[in-house]
Design a protein around this ligand. Structure first.
Ligand SMILES: [Zn+2]
Length: 245
């Protein structure tokens, strides 16, 4: 199958949000570190499949840049600590996460704050999305927020062991039940559906959730992305980036 080499995809709902720019880069992105057409460094986190979210405020940013070993010119800056999400209200400060099969979620209010979250199954079971919703709820009503679910592995491609299903069921029974697909002795998990369910139970509405229907593994949606499961020897990831203008 010949997949489209489009460099990035976008959420229509996030695009309509005033004062916000974003991009979900794809495999053939020449330079994912562009927001609004200009090169801009991206603030990132280490990503360890946990539920911790880093808040990037002006004080933190100033402190980082005054550190003697802080790189002056870099494509991305990894913030200290172990986190799987970032939130900022700062303008002209791009934040991003890297994925290849895991589900990237970008969240924004009109004019900010904005957030980027790495939602793999481990992080989801540990509550990364609940933490994201909790932090965003402190800035207003979640029904006014937009959450865009980016390219990630689809339910046909995400086979998991029964123990993974059981972990989800033990922690989030209601949000998990509709996300399990059983085929004889095999189990598949619909991670995107789980993300939608969890956003909805947290206070997001159907109108405030955008789903980009691309699978990084099977090519559903016809755009080429990096896939960790498919290409075990590769280390490349796509970036999901968002910024307050
Ligand atoms: Zn797929």
């Amino acid at each position: 199958m010949h997949l489209n080499k489009t460099p990035y995809v976008k959420s229509m709902l996030l695009n309509q949000l005033r004062g916000i720019t974003h991009t979900f880069s794809a495999r053939y992105a020449e330079n994912p570190f562009t927001a609004g057409g200009n090169f801009i460094p991206v603030y990132a986190v280490e990503q360890v499949h946990c539920a911790s979210v880093c808040i990037l405020d002006s004080e933190t940013k100033k402190k980082l840049h005054s550190m003697p070993d802080w790189p002056k010119e870099a494509e991305s800056y990894t913030l200290p600590g172990k986190h799987d999400g970032i939130i900022t209200t700062l303008p002209e400060t791009a934040i991003g996460i890297r994925t290849a099969d895991c589900i990237p979620v970008l969240i924004a209010y009109p004019g900010g704050p904005v957030g980027a979250f790495h939602c793999g199954w481990r992080g989801l079971v540990r509550g990364i999305l609940l933490r994201a919703a909790q932090l965003f709820a402190a800035y207003g009503s979640l029904s006014q927020c937009i959450a865009a679910i980016g390219p990630g592995i689809c339910s046909n491609c995400f086979e998991v062991g029964e123990e993974v299903i059981n972990e989800f069921l033990a922690k989030f029974p209601d949000e998990t039940r509709q996300c399990i697909i059983r085929s004889n002795t095999r189990f598949f998990l619909d991670l995107k559906k789980f993300v939608i369910n969890q956003l909805m139970t947290s206070g997001f509405t159907q109108n405030s959730i955008d789903i980009l229907d691309f699978c990084t593994y099977c090519g559903h949606g016809n755009v080429s992305f990096f896939s960790y499961r498919k290409e075990k020897n590769i280390t490349a990831r796509q970036w999901s980036i968002i910024m307050v203008q």
